[in-house]
Design a protein around this ligand. Sequence first.
Ligand code: G3I
Length: 323
Amino acid sequence: EITLRTLAAARGLRIGSAVSDSALEKDSGYQDKLKYEFNSVTPENAMKWANLEATRGKPTWEKADAIVDFAVRNGQTVRGHTLVWHRSLPTWITDGTLSTAELRDALKQHIQGTMKRYAGRVSVWDVVNEAFNEDGTLRPSIWLERLGSGYIADAFRWAHEADPSAKLYINDFDAEWATPKRDALYKLVRDLRAQGVPIDGVGFQTHTLIKDPIPAALPLTQLQDTLKLFAGLGVDVAVTELDVRVKLPADADKVAAQAETYRRAAAACFGVSRCVSLTVWGLTDKYSWVDSGVPGWGAADLLDRNLQKKPAYTQVQAVLADR
Ligand code: G3I
């Protein structure tokens, strides 16, 4: 059987999936699909700070370790996700009890402690995630408000110091198309590179939706232009969190439009030499974040609730086979 992984590997490409630590722990069908279909994995939640250090100074590595061990056993790249974010933070960070100096030191320790633990096993990191507002201004996160805009460059410098061989990414959503956020991200990456800040790549999440009714033109035509634009800065690019949700209930038209959207996204990435990986944000509709994250929407993944291949899978497979 020709899996996505087999096709990608033969072409020197990376095809990845987000990994639910709880599904990996209990579902052997899930484990099989993850291992045979993908050569890259991203912990969906296990490496978020709230999950690694809910209590200050008492790290809980078990779930992240289980994913990394699985990946190493199965020869998969790990994209670490995510070191600096405004969500999924421990309350001891957000409750306002730390001084600015303590907060800065805690962030540095978190970045460096996490990266050093996984050095040699996690080769790519989303260092900074979702730093921008839709209008292209910096998001007023705890990091911006307490540490100032220099937190971004600092995070990359600290990360590089912790593991000089890791590939360091900035990651965001809604920068795939010609948006103010894309312009701002472009300028930031250009300026960071000009200042010698160690940033290696830009991740485009690419959470996408099929509207109801389905629009004539699916919104992915600008993705390849965006990937090329950023590659022109001398960085790698990646599609890091692709999923295509539909308004429930799904029907044949929506499922077909979804498959076409997956096809375009895969063709966009794999048609750009510096697009080094394409990761889907969820292996199966059985465990998708969309069900609780975006009520009324779902069925966003390549495999259905019974881990069976959907038309979207066949389209991604065809794109890989064509490369
Ligand atoms: O683990 C607990 C569980 O013990 C508890 O019973 C349950 C009750 O709500 O919550 C569980 O934790 C949830 C976790 O997902 C696992 O299901 C969290 O509340 C929930 O906030 C968390 O949502 C995740 C979200 O990021 C926030 O961290 C989603 O799974 C995850 O898919 C989503 O991923 C993000 C990327 O990191 C960044 N880009 C956008 C993407 C989608 O929102």
